[in-house]
Design a protein around this ligand. Structure first.
Ligand SMILES: C[C@](O)(CO)[C@H](O)COP(=O)(O)OP(=O)(O)OC[C@H]1O[C@@H](n2ccc(N)nc2=O)[C@H](O)[C@@H]1O
Ligand SMILES: Nc1ncnc2c1ncn2[C@@H]1O[C@H](COP(=O)(O)OP(=O)(O)OP(=O)(O)O)[C@@H](O)[C@H]1O
Length: 281
């Protein structure tokens, strides 16, 4: 029996930082969606727990206990065996939840392989603030430090997305630390939208409060935002999470694909990916 699990990229369409807890973690209000670009896990029964990392973005990804996939496996308690292959397509430390989505996919896949319930929410959160929101990928509102997840709005029937990473890793802790204002306005209730243009207009009134400190850490983010914004049909360009990946919103997948081809030709060393929204069944 082999279990397959998809780990979609996580995009913060908004990221409002509204406060900070005594333990230093920040309170967020974020509209999160997932896209059909991501990593893939294959899990099969074995005596020992092993991890093999393959794929075009495998370089630099640990395949020992530091990998969030193996940390997720440890949450199921006593030693159980499984042979796990992680096929990496997402850049790491990129603001699109690469490791977190892998951890969430590992939790779903191992629960199925071992016929066990998912670990409790506190254990899931202990893997990282982005793991709870990745457990059942669809449009969601994420609040608290990442543990308060509520249903998100209906997305437009038709829309395209473009993801661009300039190949610089951004430290999430350093970006949060560099925030000057930590008590910003929360996000209004996201109403749901009939078209990508109407959604982009609403999103333009919101923010990613981590964009300014991230741009100080990686100034190239400004260039990425401008290059995306200059493409034909781009309705909005914004950084995702703590960066450096930025996204563009378009009325269709075709327009996003056209923009991807144009940017990839101009910046072959950047990671450029056209995508569509993804919701788990
Ligand atoms: C920026 C986001 O990606 C938005 O979705 C998440 O808030 C960060 O999620 P993540 O990368 O899984 O973050 P973690 O690995 O749990 O935390 C990394 C570091 O980021 C900071 N951190 C993270 C989440 C949060 N709500 N407040 C924080 O201040 C803390 O210094 C923490 O030590
Ligand atoms: N499955 C994994 N994939 C990629 N990196 C991993 C993984 N497990 C552990 N890591 C290590 O953790 C670091 C953080 O991984 P990554 O930033 O992709 O996860 P993330 O925090 O969910 O993403 P981000 O915060 O950038 O949205 C990487 O630099 C890498 O060293």
């Amino acid at each position: 029996m082999t279990v397959e699990a998809f780990a979609p990229a996580k995009i913060n369409l908004t990221l409002h930082v509204t406060g900070q807890r005594a333990d230093g973690y920040h309170l967020l209000d974020s509209l999160v969606i997932f896209v059909d670009a991501g990593d893939r896990l294959r899990l099969s029964p074995a005596d020992d727990l092993t991890l093999r990392v393959t794929g075009p973005r495998a370089e630099g990804v640990p395949c020992d206990g530091r990998n969030l996939v193996l940390k997720a496996a440890m949450l199921f308690g006593c030693e159980r065996g499984a042979a796990i292959t992680l096929d990496k397509h997402l850049p790491a430390a990129a603001g699109i939840g690469g490791g977190s989505s892998d951890a969430a996919a590992a939790l779903r896949g191992l629960a199925e392989l071992w016929n066990l319930p998912l670990p409790d929410p506190a254990a899931v959160l202990s893997l990282g603030a982005d793991v709870p929101v990745c457990l059942r990928p669809r449009a969601l509102r994420m609040q608290g430090v990442g543990e308060t997840i509520t249903e998100g709005p209906r997305l437009p029937e038709r829309m395209g997305l473009l993801l661009v990473n300039p190949g610089v890793e951004v430290s999430t802790p350093a970006v949060f630390k560099a925030l000057t204002c930590k008590t910003n306005a929360p996000m209004p209730h996201p109403p749901g939208w009939s078209s990508a243009a109407v959604m982009a207009h609403w999103l333009a009134e919101q923010r990613n409060d981590l964009e300014t400190p991230a741009r100080r850490q990686a100034p190239v983010i400004r260039e990425v935002l401008d290059v995306i914004a200059a493409t034909e049909g781009c309705l909005l360009s914004r950084m995702s999470g703590s960066g450096a990946t930025c996204f563009g919103i378009y009325d269709s997948r075709d327009e996003a694909e056209d923009a991807a081809r144009l940017i990839a030709a101009g910046a072959p060393q950047w990671w450029v990916q056209a995508a569509s929204p993804y919701s788990a069944a």
